[in-house]
Design a protein around this ligand. Structure first.
Ligand code: ADP
Ligand code: ZN
Length: 763
């Protein structure tokens, strides 16, 4: 039933010490941060009536700036009155009844502001879910409690019969009761209750009550598996750390299907047995019913935090987590902020996934935030992947992380052979097909033997290039510097950056010749070709166009799992974490799409991708194989990937990174300036580069400024973009530089700036 739940998210911290209060003629001063790019902590007087209402972690309304505009900020502490001569302004109002975040979370968010060069207030605003701020799914309801001492002398009171009945009910109850509950229990109307209120024998109080409950469907529980020797070894290491109350980051390098998840589960078992909680971060795309079911079958109480929760659902989970009722939180990136009261372990599965990095302020990486949180709470952090990032592997080599390895798949299932097919001499590819000769015949063989096939292509739409045959101009989005993609099903050309769409132009916008051509293949065109070549087989396409409806993703995967589909084709949506025992062929249609990106991690991403898709086959009794179509079969990354040689690839690539002094051998920060006027943006970023270089020279900082230059996407949503990079071997230096330069940056008003520390997206 709907038990009223008290709003007791966090204990308010102890009152400020008498010393703090007494200082400066007994004035209490609150430290307040604002959701603005200002890194300063502001001081405000706390008026006497607000004192008992305010604690760190609550929002306040404060007057700000010359016009004393009212802003909402976060109280982050009570300060000692500084040596400031300025007269302090006063807090106008306290917004929240209880702190929204704990003291530990305040510390973590403060650290994030410093680490990612944004303000503490911006971080708090971003990491506290909107549903928690507005207490979605709850409502204040009037309750009654007996007035003080009334129950003890109830026998002496002279009361009408019905008033007595109500009062007796209320005295019997341990909980405050609503008017409805009281009148029902005493079977009377509301008049007697009003009588008691008039005599001040009962006291009204407001309590928040949930108006919303998440339905939970029971799942069949399952026992833990018996680990193999390799798994047991890794588990022992984690246990050792857990028992010593020690922080350490474990990098678990285990090939796909080596039983990493089973190790996480059993490590969490120990944590839960001690009455603590665990957080498991997975890429959003792997939050499939399959993953969720796996955790639900093993633990009593699991909360799943994905991006499609409503505000009320998120708030409901947040409260249960904060109350310690949840053993395991499974979620995407932002679940790293789950308010577990007694965290025991954090796991990040598929730690190499780029979705762990947030692409808006604060541009944090969940792996780093998790590590900081684990350090603060003195608990282990486990990073798992078949293809760890070179950053993590390098840290393990430097003994900063502890490396554990699961070298074999469970039950000695072999990794599938990976065969590369050179598309340069393929007659079919030359004629514009997506399936080369070898690919087509392999699909035929696999289907004939009753196996299923997965085909992977990283481009959605029908044709990624709309092109004029006469002047050779590509047709770009009017708002972005990106060529339009032909979506045949909608009969529109679409921009994949801003979703601009239009009818396909009949003439070239530049030379006005009729006869535009569509070049290249996306998943829609691949689907058409596959259906034409395999008319007797069932084909399903999965990409963000075909999977728009909520739940369609799961329905599609279920259909494939149950053999209602023979060929599954799609974008990275199908490359992740799925376990289909009957898949005997995985085809990578074009391995070069990622390889040729202007990105320092292009090789690394290509290796990860091939390893991930290869992991989708050979998982059951039947053996599987992988076919990779590429125009550059001699690229080292393709050769390492076809041998499943992660460590060989890592050695090769790390050497290259060292020679070019790119991450992990240096740290980068990227500044992007954007605005509607190209000349203003260009002048703006040039000015910044100059100021940075001056400050570097003056303080003799070990930082190199590269650029400014046009950003690879020079125009996005109508904004011109320029960028520059700062590169250093001393992470503290960039922060020092930014602190010195940013307060005095002079920028034309219409130019916006963003700074990204450890950028993953350089476009
Ligand atoms: P990973 O997370 O490394 O991809 P999983 O934990 O998903 O690996 O394991 C792959 C498959 O092997 C799963 O079906 C899992 O149930 C099974 N498995 C894992 N560990 C064991 C074990 N010790 N004994 C038997 N089966 C196991
Ligand atoms: Zn666009």
């Amino acid at each position: 039933m709907n038990q009223p739940r008290q709003q007791q998210l966090f204990e308010p911290p102890p009152e400020p010490t008498p010393w703090e209060r007494a200082a400066e003629s007994d004035q209490l001063i609150a430290e307040v941060v604002l959701n603005r790019p200002l890194t300063e902590v502001y001081h405000y007087l706390v008026p006497d009536p607000l004192r008992p209402l305010l604690a760190p972690g609550q929002r306040v309304k404060v007057p700000f700036g010359r016009g004393n505009k009212l802003l909402t900020g976060y109280c982050v502490g009570f300060g000692k009155p500084g040596a400031t001569n300025r007269r302090l302004k006063s807090i106008e109002a306290v917004v929240d009844r209880m702190p929204l975040v704990s003291a530990e979370m305040l510390e973590l968010t403060r650290w994030m502001g410093e680490r990612y060069l944004c303000s503490w207030g911006q971080v708090l605003e971003s990491v506290i879910p909107a549903g928690v701020k507005k207490q979605a799914g709850t409502r204040e309801i009037l309750h009654f409690i007996p007035a003080e001492g009334v129950c003890e002398r109830i026998g002496e009171l002279k009361l009408p019969r019905k008033q007595r009945a109500i009062l007796e009910e209320l005295c019997r109850s341990d909980e405050p009761m609503t008017a409805d509950e009281l009148t029902a229990a005493a079977s009377c109307g509301t008049a007697p209750l009003q009588g008691l209120r008039d005599k001040q024998l009962v006291q009204p109080i407001r309590r928040r009550q949930e108006t919303f409950q998440v339905e939970r469907t029971p799942v069949e529980r399952q026992a833990d598996l018996t680990l193999n020797a390799e798994q047991q070894q890794v588990l022992n290491e984690i246990h050792g750390l857990l028992r010593n109350g020690q922080h350490e980051t474990i990098l678990l390098h285990g090939v796909t299907g080596s039983g990493k998840t089973e190790v996480y589960i059993q490590a969490i078992r120990e944590v839960v047995d001690y009455g603590r909680q665990a957080i498991v971060l997975v890429p959003e795309i792997s939050l499939t019913p399959q993953t969720i079911r796996r955790f639900r079958r093993r633990f009593e109480s699991v909360a799943v935090l994905h991006s499609h929760l409503s505000d009320a659902e998120r708030h409901w989970h947040w409260q249960r987590i904060a109350a310690g009722e949840v053993q395991v939180v499974v979620g995407a990136r932002s679940a790293v902020f789950a308010p577990t009261p007694h965290l025991g372990l954090i796991v990040i599965d598929e730690e190499h996934e780029t979705t762990f990095k947030q692409q808006t302020t604060p541009r944090y990486h969940a792996r780093e935030v998790a590590q900081q949180r684990a350090r603060q709470e003195k608990i282990p952090l486990v990073l798992g992947s078949a293809t760890p990032t070179l950053e993590s592997l390098w840290k393990a080599k430097q003994k900063e992380y502890h490396l554990c390895t699961l070298a074999k798949r469970v039950e000695q299932r072999p990794l599938p052979p990976v065969v590369t097919v050179d598309t340069r001499n393929d007659p079919k590819i030359a004629r514009g097909h997506s399936l080369g000769r070898a690919m087509e015949s392999s699909i035929r063989v696999a289907l004939k033997d009753g196996g299923q096939v997965i085909l992977f292509l990283n481009i959605r739409g029908f044709s990624p290039v709309l092109w004029c045959a006469r002047c050779a101009a590509g047709v770009k989005c009017p708002e972005c510097d990106i060529t339009l993609t032909w979506h045949k099903d909608r009969r529109k050309v679409v921009c994949h950056s801003c979703e601009y769409e239009a009818d396909p132009p009949k003439r070239c916008p530049i030379c006005e010749m009729p006869g535009m051509r569509f070049l290249g293949a996306g998943t829609q065109r691949l689907e058409e070709e596959v259906r034409a070549k395999f008319p007797d087989h069932r084909v399903l396409r999965m990409d963000s166009d075909s999977m728009k409806k909520p739940g369609s993703h799961d329905t599609a995967l279920d259909a494939f799992r149950h053999g209602q589909v023979d060929i599954l084709l799609g974008t990275q949506m199908i490359a992740k974490g799925l376990d289909f025992p009957n898949v005997t062929l995985v085809g990578v249609i074009d391995a070069d799409t990622l390889l040729h990106q202007p990105d320092l991690r292009a090789s690394e991403r290509t290796f990860q991708l091939i390893a991930q898709v290869a992991g989708r086959t050979g998982r059951g009794e039947r053996a599987g194989r992988v076919l990779v179509q590429t125009g550059c079969p001699d690229e080292p990354v393709i050769r390492f990937a076809s041998r499943h040689d992660y460590l060989g690839f890592a050695r090769h690539e790390l050497k290259h990174r060292k020679d070019s002094m790119t991450p992990p051998f240096s740290q980068l920060a990227r500044i992007v300036a954007r605005g509607e006027s190209e000349s203003a943006v260009k002048a703006g970023i040039r000015g910044i580069a100059e100021q940075l270089r001056e400050a570097i020279a003056k303080a003799n900082l070990p930082i190199r400024v590269i650029g400014p230059a046009l950003a690879p996407i020079a125009r996005l949503r109508g904004m011109h973009r320029f960028h520059l990079l700062m590169s250093t071997t001393d992470p503290a230096a960039i922060r020092a530089l930014w602190l010195a330069v940013s307060p005095n940056l002079e920028l034309p008003r219409e130019v916006e700036l963003m700074i990204d520390v450890d950028p993953l997206d350089m476009r």
